[in-house]
Design a protein around this ligand. Structure first.
Ligand SMILES: C[S@@+](CC[C@H](N)C(=O)[O-])C[C@H]1O[C@@H](n2cnc3c(N)ncnc32)[C@H](O)[C@@H]1O
Length: 225
């Protein structure tokens, strides 16, 4: 992974909470965030007394490197969002400029926490399909805006291996969204579900309240056996 190939973009704690329908009980669990990048879920949950580890290949870079890359790509992402704004529901976030503020605040919070989190082992550099964790080390793994979203970049076998690995390290796995970048349901979803069920993993599609990308109304929940 090269620094100039990454596009850091991170969501807020409240977005994670809504995207994954996280209850207060869920927030007390041993949590894993897979592909958390510069989201501030880890920073804020830690501040609230929760237990969470984030894993992402981007954590091979220093905070200064990630910060400079955020500053570089931010205007490009804002332009793309303006161009594609019809694909989103502008209610809880009222427009592209408000979106920029929410995401930038989340990434700043991540950056402020990054060095101490690295030292504490809360940010771990690794990539699916191989995670450096014990079987069932976590009670709940969350994967936001990575699996299924990049269905044209990662094939179905990679999705199946990734999901199996998440089910190895966590008792329950939640993934959102189930759409790919073109806004359509991921072409891998049904095959991945069949493969997991064939492997003894129970799955269900559950509605979420979060409304932003049009059509992204469900998360996949998988329960390892
Ligand atoms: C669009 S970002 C989502 C960031 C965050 N989860 C959020 O929702 O705000 C996708 C993240 O997936 C990470 N990623 C890419 N390949 C990965 C892999 N093989 N395993 C885990 N994470 C990966 C990227 O580095 C990036 O941080």
């Amino acid at each position: 992974m090269k620094l100039d190939s990454i596009v850091p973009w991170g969501r807020s704690f409240e977005e994670y909470r809504s995207v994954f329908a996280l209850s207060e009980d869920d927030l007390d669990k041993r949590l894993l965030g897979c592909g958390d990048g510069p989201a501030c879920f880890n920073a804020e949950l830690t501040q609230r007394g929760g237990t969470v580890v984030s894993v992402d290949p981007v954590y091979q870079f220093t905070g200064d490197q990630i910060r400079s890359r955020i500053e570089e790509v931010y205007p490009q992402i804002m332009r793309q969002m303006e161009q594609n704004s019809d694909n989103y529901i502008w209610e809880s976030i009222k427009d592209v400029s408000a979106l920029g503020q929410v995401r930038m605040a989340a990434m700043q919070q991540f950056l402020s926490d990054y060095d101490s989190g690295l030292e504490a082992g809360r940010y771990t550099c690794a990539s699916l399909p191989t995670l450096p964790f014990d079987d069932q080390q976590f009670e709940l793994a969350l994967c936001s805006h990575f699996l299924f979203l990049y269905s044209d970049h990662f094939d179905v076998a990679q999705h199946i291996e990734g999901m199996k690995e998440l089910c190895r390290v966590a008792t329950e796995v939640r993934v959102y969204p189930l759409l790919s970048l073109d806004g359509k349901r991921s072409k891998h979803l049904s095959t991945v579900i069949e493969a997991l069920e064939g492997n003894g993993v129970r799955t269900s599609l559950q509605p979420v309240d979060y409304q932003f990308q049009k059509g992204a109304t469900e998360m996949l929940v998988a329960y390892a056996v």
